[in-house]
Design a protein around this ligand. Structure first.
Ligand code: HEC
Length: 149
């Protein structure tokens, strides 16, 4: 647990860095296919990956270099501990879009479990919904709790 909290504390400042410009092609992909108004309800890690992530990281996780650099997720030691991929998926980083508002905690756990155990990775899956809750930015003040209550 200490390791997870530490990792998150280290990563948080990075999340404040403004996203770099993304290739137009990728934004179109994101708007049309991924972030539909109905949201995305699957809780199957593989299906989520193939739908939301494979466009940049490739169906086999091998990554791509072109208009941008999309790191390989296959055989990737950065996925050994869930805190890192959970934080990245929730908050995004540079060219990596944030998925925190589109996916619920269970979906993010399913995704990270898939990343840790498939695509050529063989880690002990350790993602929990608590990890996702910790990675989410603090929620804004609840407008229903106005002072005139
Ligand atoms: C629009 C393209 C795009 C999409 C879609 C995308 N990513 Fe990424 N991803 C990136 C980029 C670019 C980086 C590198 C970020 C950086 O340079 O800090 C990255 C980095 C990552 C990393 C860190 C890899 C490492 O070794 O540091 C993980 C984990 C990751 N993405 C998982 C996902 C998952 C899971 C999804 C689907 C929910 C996803 N990505 C969707 C572009 C994308």
């Amino acid at each position: 647990m200490k390791k997870i909290v530490l990792a998150i504390a280290t990563l948080l400042p990075l999340c404040a860095v403004p996203a770099h410009a993304q290739p137009a092609q990728m934004s179109a992909y994101a708007e049309d296919t991924v972030f539909g108004s109905d949201g995305y309800t699957s809780t199957d890690g593989e299906e989520l990956y193939q739908t939301l992530c494979a466009g940049c990281h490739m169906p086999d996780g091998s990554g791509a270099v072109g208009a941008g650099r999309y790191p390989a997720l296959s055989d990737n030691p950065n996925l050994e501990y869930a805190a890192y991929p959970v934080t990245l998926i929730v908050n995004g980083q540079a060219g990596m879009p944030a998925f925190g508002t589109f996916l619920n905690d269970e979906q993010i756990v399913a995704l990270v479990t898939y990343l840790q155990t498939d695509l050529g990775n063989d880690f002990e899956p350790d993602a929990t919904v608590e990890d996702v809750a910790i990675a989410r930015p603090a929620s804004p003040a609840d407008p229903n709790r106005a002072e005139h209550e």
